[in-house]
Design a protein around this ligand. Structure first.
Ligand code: CU
Length: 131
């Protein structure tokens, strides 16, 4: 009987210990996940005043960049394929940038400027210029 009790206690300790171990680990991962999500959202959502757009994996990042009138925006192509940042209304064009190349555009008028990549018209993004 004592032996059975010992086994039951041992199982309880193991299960309890395992549960305690599990309950310690997941919150750490969840916190990291939440932190990652927050920091990932900041560049696209709240990045006011940033003036750099990275072209990578056939996408502009951030997809929406908010700047002020007079700001200069720099596009840099990280892909091995050539990309451009060409405004839909023709007001600016970086030209096709090779890998590692960059070009800048100074925005002198307020407005919302949608742009695309000339070789890949499905690549689209926006610069919002605030007065
Ligand atoms: Cu492209």
């Amino acid at each position: 009987m004592n032996k059975l009790l010992l086994v039951v206690v041992a199982v309880l300790v193991l299960v309890g210990g395992g549960y305690y171990f599990m309950s310690q680990l997941p919150p750490t991962f969840t916190e990291e996940g939440v932190l990652d999500e927050v920091s990932n959202e900041e560049p696209s959502g709240a990045m006011v005043g940033g003036t750099a757009v990275e072209i990578k994996d056939f996408a502009f990042s951030p997809a929406t960049l908010t700047v002020k009138v007079g700001d200069t925006v720099t596009w840099t192509n990280q892909d091995s394929v050539g990309h451009s940042a060409t405004s839909d209304d023709g007001s600016f064009d970086t030209g096709v940038l090779a890998q590692g190349e960059s070009n800048t555009v100074t925005f002198t008028e307020a407005g919302t400027f949608n742009y695309h990549c000339t070789p890949h018209p499905n690549m689209k993004a926006t610069v919002v210029v605030q007065p």
